[in-house]
Design a protein around this ligand. Structure first.
Ligand code: 6PG
Length: 220
């Protein structure tokens, strides 16, 4: 069991940007996320550390859309991080343009045996993590590292997501959570009982250290 450490900060995006930059400099294997707040953290990380050639990047989840679609998690990272770097990491994107099951199968094989050093996650207003939504049967998955399924929140396109065993194989988990609309999810995910109704809470069953960077609004 793990007790998440909550860090309330005026600029949590900058703190997470610093952590990403340090991880890139150390050549870590980094798992990126999508969502509305993380773009600023990526921009800050690129400013601090433009050389990512020693590291590799993966994604915790992807919307099943082509890589140039505005909803793509890859496109967000490309615009705010990858396009601003002088030296690229090894990039392993989830191919959202494929049939969801095919994209998940391909990613499941690709990530097998990869040691994930730094797992960055966002938190949904419903306390979902990656694309593991409350009550989803995908939360039961114990063999596969990646699966596909429907979205529980907007945008309503199918998703490919890492599963709990994959997320819990990481060396460390860092959350970036901002905005008052996340305060309830913070309570459910990090302070309430462990339940599939709040997928973030299930990460506490593992032994992976969890650091949550949040603003005052999200901390409630
Ligand atoms: C996705 C994300 C998702 C996200 C949270 C938080 O593809 O939807 O990866 O898990 O991190 O929903 O997103 P917001 O910051 O936009 O609420």
């Amino acid at each position: 069991m793990t007790e998440p450490r909550l860090h309330v900060d005026e600029e949590p995006e900058r703190r997470v940007g610093e952590l990403l930059a340090a991880a890139a400099q150390s050549g870590e294997t980094i798992v990126l996320t999508g969502g509305s707040s993380v773009g600023h953290a990526y921009e800050h990380a690129a400013e601090l550390q433009p050389g990512w050639s020693a590291s590799s990047v993966w994604w915790g989840d992807e919307r099943c859309v082509p890589p140039d679609d505005e909803r793509s998690n890859y496109l967000l990272a490309k615009r705010t991080l990858l396009d601003r770097l002088q030296a690229q990491p090894d990039v392993h994107r989830i191919r959202g343009e494929l049939q969801p099951a095919d994209a998940a199968g391909e990613y499941d094989k690709a990530i097998e045996g990869v040691k994930l050093d730094f797992l960055l996650l966002g938190l949904g207003t419903d306390a979902h993590v990656a694309s593991l939504f409350p009550g989803s049967p995908q939360l039961e998955e114990r063999e596969r590292l990646a699966t596909s399924g429907p979205a529980g929140l907007e945008p309503f396109v199918d998703r490919v997501t890492l599963t709990l065993p994959a997320l819990l194989s990481a060396k460390r988990i860092v959350f970036l959570v901002t905005g008052a609309d996340k305060a309830e999810a913070v309570r459910h995910g990090f302070l309430g009982p462990i339940t599939p109704d709040a997928p973030a809470s299930l990460l506490r069953e593992g032994e992976v250290p969890i650091d949550v960077y949040l603003d005052a609004a999200a901390s409630g």
